[in-house]
Design a protein around this ligand. Structure first.
Ligand SMILES: [Zn+2]
Length: 331
């Protein structure tokens, strides 16, 4: 008890604790990055294992099928393998985007910085305080630069990220404005790839369970691929559905929780709140996949870089924000 009291009363402890927390935070970033690298390697091994089983086991085992069927199946398999690997590569290696230091004029930047510092001083906030934001410019005291709308500081990469969504350990990369589209495409192609592999290997799986009258010996690799793809599909479909909901309603994972809090606050005060970036399902979808003047289905094979700079976003004008004092004006 005495030791605890001494620790609590010692004024140097706060400083020491913050140093320890800072040290742990830096090392956690390294651990997360290290684990992410291992997960990326595991993901690639699993994807390539399925591809190996297809070309070395499934394809030879389907020699009884007509040639045209085998050709079509092989073309589909190659297309899916290419799409999974290419969207994986782009989502994992493409930088999510960070705002440049000269985004605004020096005078505008200094005004935003002064406003931020006043807020910290007046409200007795911590130096690294990150205000919630809707469609206004903010100051990041960690990067020491202006953050455009929807940009947030990512603690894993320790930088401001445009339209930050989350850090994906399986890609070992932060998902933001410039690679979010490839992240979703990767989920879609992984889901289709799993479904296709299940379609080809499910008869062997049924045979292994004793639900088949076939007398051919069961190929263990096919059963393994089938179980692997069923397990992967369950998780990936859930993730794909969640991210489709977010993109159709034009919000990031972080914004979803922020908007939920703002909605609850609005309801408690007898008001309503609507996501200011929500332009309707169709426009949100077109905006996310850059589909202006294109058919909607073309998002599946459009692997071109994300258009726009990630600094400006159209709003529905249902809510507006006073940038100087954060008061939200309700509809
Ligand atoms: Zn920052």
């Amino acid at each position: 008890m005495n030791t605890l009291k001494v620790l609590k009363d010692n004024p140097n402890n706060d400083n020491k604790n913050s140093q320890i927390m800072s040290f742990i935070e830096k090392n956690i970033n390294r651990i997360v990055r290290g684990l992410g690298l291992i997960l990326v390697i595991i993901a690639l091994i699993l994807i390539l294992s399925v591809a190996y089983v297809y070309f070395c086991v499934i394809l030879p085992s389907r020699c009884e099928q007509p040639l045209i069927v085998r050709v079509i199946e092989t073309v589909i398999a190659i297309w899916l393998l290419f799409s999974v690997l290419e969207t994986f590569r782009r989502a994992a290696l493409k930088e999510p985007g960070t705002p440049p230091p000269d985004l605004l004029s020096e005078e505008e930047s200094l005004n935003i910085k002064a406003s931020h510092e006043n807020q910290i001083e007046n409200q007795n906030l911590e130096e690294e305080y990150q205000p919630y934001e809707l469609d206004g410019y903010r100051w990041c005291s960690i990067c020491n630069k202006v953050k455009p709308p929807r940009t947030r500081h990512d603690r894993i990469s320790n930088s401001c990220v445009l339209r930050l969504d989350h850090f994906c350990p399986w890609l070992n990369n932060t998902i933001g404005y410039h690679n979010h589209k490839f992240f979703i495409l990767f989920l879609i192609y992984l889901s289709i790839g799993c479904l296709y592999a299940i379609y080809l290997t499910f008869p062997s799986f049924l045979q292994e369970l004793g639900f088949s009258s076939s007398t051919k010996p069961v190929e263990g690799k096919l059963v393994f691929v089938c179980i692997l793809c069923i397990s992967t599909l369950v998780g990936v479909l859930f993730l794909t559905g969640w991210h489709f909901f977010l993109l159709l309603t034009n919000q990031t994972t972080i914004e979803f929780y922020l908007f939920q809090a703002l909605k609850a606050e609005a309801i408690a005060n007898g008001r309503t709140f609507q996501n200011p970036f929500d332009l309707g399902y169709r426009k949100n979808f077109e905006q996310f996949f850059d589909l202006q003047n294109k058919t909607w289905i073309s998002f599946l094979w459009d692997f071109s870089p994300k258009k726009g700079n990630g600094y400006h976003f159209a709003t529905n004008n249902k809510n507006t924000v006073d940038h100087t004092n954060q008061n939200i004006h309700w509809i």
